[in-house]
Design a protein around this ligand. Sequence first.
Ligand code: XMP
Length: 555
Amino acid sequence: MERIIVIDFGGQYNQLIARRVRECNVYSEVYPNSISMDEIRAMAPQGIIFTGGPNSAYKEDSPSISAEIFELGIPILGICYGAQLMAHLLGGKVATAPTSEYGRTKVSVMPSSILFKNVSIDTIAWMSHTDYIAEAPEGFSITASTRVCPVAGMANAQKKLYAVQFHPEVNHTVEGQKIIENFVYQVCGCRGEWKMSSFVQDTVVGLKKRIGDGKVLCALSGGVDSSVAAVLLSKAIGKQLTCVFVDHGLLRKDEGDEVEAVFGPNGAYDLNFIRVNAASRYYEKLAGVSEPEEKRKIIGEEFIRVFEEVSKKIGAVDYLVQGTIYPDVIESGLGKSATIKSHHNVGGLPDHIDFKEIVEPLRLLFKDEVRQVGRELGIPEYLVSRQPFPGPGLGVRIIGEVTPEKVRIVQDADAIYREEISKGIDRWRAGELDGAAKNIKTGVVAFDESSEGHKLTKAQKAVNRKGLYPVWLPDQYFAALTNMQSVGVMGDGRTYDHAVVLRAVHTSDFMTADAVHLPWEILDITTNRIVNEVKGVNRVLYDCTSKPPGTIEME
Ligand code: XMP
């Protein structure tokens, strides 16, 4: 099987690189930089990618790798720190850059380099570095540069060694995927025959073998990840699986009943579904706690305690299944990456758990890859394409202390927001939303075909044909509660009430995200309804922050 391995030097985006390679239909996995040359030889990958990382390549204790790797005859692409490490190990010079670069940056590339085949000469790439390659090693030519970075790309084509200072793996690098494809197909010569269905088959076989006749308990939240994990498990081990749904009192309005309707005894699946109503014990544990990491840990720990109690009732349980996906893992701090937040089910695990092992079949996948797995498994589209909802639920959408009253406010505000977005889509389809005529500026038409010479991609044409979704449709949107009260006036009286914040983002990998330009009509009507219908709210704000520097959730 063709494969490209990614060697981890501590960057935030290491799994994202592997996933970009999988998008090229070539299997890819991440390995630590302690991997030996013999292990690499035994795997005989078609190519190797070095990730970025926060260190300085010239410092002694920085993560490194044997320079022998450049003599294996395997093509290598170094990204960011990986590029600098390549330069450093091969005799080039890496130093602190006189001007560091951060964010979208214009990069000029040499079209003659095979890595930049069909890439615009001036392209926009995502930069994030304080060191730079001051001098490329002997045998290398410079293939890209920016205003302040003389070696933004270098290559030794004869030895098939390539390096870029920027991050081709993130969406902000406009032609990044093309660059990765060029590496995979042009440099490494891959054919691209791997598919997501292979992942499903291999995982089902692997799970059967690992679990044998063991009893398995699955934490089902009704979200995309845990639903896909549950159905995957049910396919592998059938009746040995019991699914437990904890209603922690931090769910969206009416969500508990909706989940029960789909996965419960009257639903479409046979998952041995058990619902536990645990709201009051969660509220008790969370009373007086406002620090985000502490809240996450409490919610995560309480989950495990509830499962332990249920498992005791149903008899010895060998395995606990969780729908953890990759962004949850990376943001909880893996290896040398910095901890951003402890995603519940990962950093939130208590030290002692009454299970033999935890099974996380989706641990290496990104959200959209999980959706693909769901489709492979035949899960209905309305479940598969659901927007994500975090494990700690409204607990991370209420900034500061959680109280039942605040939960009620967020639930009601969020239900109104979702209803208005859904009505907005219907109005957009009916051409009623202001600016619904072909006006790309307000983002109400899927793609503008009117401008001459504008070539649409196949996907864009398909969207236009179906006329299904407006471009502003967010990948994730919700209401949250700020930790702020402010003065307002209602009727003739003064109010001192809560401020609700609305969030809507476009993202494909949930590692980076942009705030959506929602049509004003939707924001306007949502605001009006929230202040009028939700008791205790007198102000509504819209969150315009991208990720980074923000995160999608509030905590
Ligand atoms: P952030 O806020 O980290 O969110 O930018 C990225 C994506 O992950 C979801 N999220 C979580 N999902 N457990 C989960 O299962 C968690 O603790 C958690 N925190 C955030 C979030 O909704 C977004 O889709």
